[in-house]
Every structure is written in C-alpha cells, then in structure tokens.
Design a protein around this ligand. Structure first.
Ligand code: COA
Length: 204
C-alpha cells in the first residue's frame, strides 16, 4: 500500500487522514507545532516538516493539511520543489463531473459536488457538502468551507477563504486573499484582500 505523508496533524489533518485512507493510502503525519507529539489517534507522527523534506526517498506522496491558505500554499510549493507527488484526494461520496478538472494537492470532502467544466486549482480544500457549479474557476490555495455554494461561472482568487454556508450569485468574481464570512450572500464582485460579511456581503 502507498504511504501518504500528511503535513499538519490538527483537526483538519485528521479529516484529511481519514479521507486518504478511503483513497487507499497508509498515513503518516509530520507536524512542526508539537515537536514531542509521537501519535495522533492511531496515526504516527514521524517528525517536522523539515524532517519530511529530507526523506523524499521514503515518501513518494505528501500533502499539506493546514487550514491557513497562505501557509498551505507555501509548504505545498516546497514539497513540489523537493520532488514529492501531491495527490488529489476525492471522497467516494463526492460527485465530480468527468468534465471538471482538479489540480494537485487538493482535497474534496464528503458530499461535495463539482459540476461540468469547473476548474479547481492546486492545494484547495473543497469541504463537506460544498457545491461548485458549472464553469467556476477556483485558483490555487482556496478553501471552500462546508456547504459553500458557488453558482455557475463564479471565479475565486488565490488563497481566498469562503466561510461555512456562504453562497455566490452566478458570474461573481472574488479576488485573492479575501475572506467571505460564514453564511454571507455574495451578490457583487469582491476585491482582493478584504473581509466581507452578511447578506448582501459587504466589507466588515
Ligand atoms: C468573517 C470572520 C472571519 C470574521 O472573524 P473576526 O475578524 O474574528 O470577526 P469578529 O468575530 O470579531 O466580528 C466582528 C464583527 O463582524 C460581525 N461578523 C463576523 N462574522 C460575521 C458573519 N459571518 N456574518 C455577519 N456578521 C459577522 C460580528 O458580529 C462583529 O460585529 P460587531 O462589530 O457589530 O459586533 C468570521 O466571523 C467568520 O465568519 N468565519 C468563518 C468561520 C467558518 O466558516 N468556519 C468553518 C471552517 S471549516
């Protein structure tokens, strides 16, 4: 069986570990935050991120399971530069169109739906029950929280985070590094580097 090195042994890391097992991997964690940690649930913690970078000969596959979009993107780039393969993990209950495209290092959790001609960037989190309609373009490092619904042809810029239950009107463009609050309704384009909340969503 293939082994997947997962960077980040927090709550999100455990969900990714569960998903990785469903996708046929053995799981080993690497985590910088708790150097003394040897085990999380039944999964071993073998060392830090730096330790992993020196063990490319042992671990062909690796993925970053850290919720912070900027950190996840940065560490994922380092893994790719060091020669690791970053798989795409898709939960068996997710529905992904044969015409959708998902790039390396992205995870798609239970009951998510990704419709025809949607494009998902690298190292994205498509969380539980998220819906990505036709022709959406999701850039690298985006996190769609549980139950986010993107109407057709929505564009989301790199490293933007959409909070749980937020929704967009069709054709909306959201910039990079922005935060869309939980339950927000996005009816107008949103620039980069802002936080918006409410219905309709406005700057906080
Ligand atoms: C938008 C968000 C990031 C802001 O967090 P924050 O900067 O800590 O903001 P605060 O909690 O200090 O709230 C500041 C103000 O914005 C309001 N606000 C915050 N989030 C809001 C939301 N989602 N909808 C409406 N108003 C919101 C607060 O009521 C508060 O208003 P006030 O100043 O009148 O009291 C956060 O509230 C949020 O929605 N996070 C998403 C959580 C999520 O989806 N988690 C799932 C992870 S898988």
């Amino acid at each position: 069986m293939k082994t997947l090195a997962i960077v980040g042994a927090s709550g999100h890391g455990k969900v990714v570990a569960d998903l990785a097992e469903l996708c046929g991997f053995n799981v080993t964690f690497f985590d910088d935050a708790f150097p003394q940690l040897k085990q999380v649930e039944h999964w071993p913690v073998k060392g830090s991120f730096t330790d992993l970078l020196t063990q490319q000969d042992c671990y062909q596959y690796a993925i970053v399971a850290i919720g912070n979009n900027a950190i996840r993107s940065k560490l994922s780039e380092q893994l790719i530069e060091s020669g690791f393969n970053l798989p795409v993990l898709i939960h068996p209950s997710a529905i992904v169109s044969q015409y959708a495209h998902i790039n390396e290092g992205s995870v798609v959790f239970a009951n998510a739906v990704i419709n025809a001609f949607a494009q998902i960037g690298e190292n994205c989190i498509i969380n539980t029950g998220a819906i990505i309609e036709h022709d959406c373009i999701i850039a690298n490092g985006v996190h769609l929280s549980p139950k986010v619904s993107l109407a057709g042809a929505t564009k989301v810029g790199a490293a933007t985070w959409l909070g749980i239950g937020s929704v967009t009107k069709q054709g909306i463009e959201i910039g990079a590094n922005s935060i869309i609050g939980a339950n927000a309704t996005v009816l107008n384009n949103i620039p980069s580097n802002v936080t918006v909340v409410g219905s309709p969503a406005v700057s906080k």
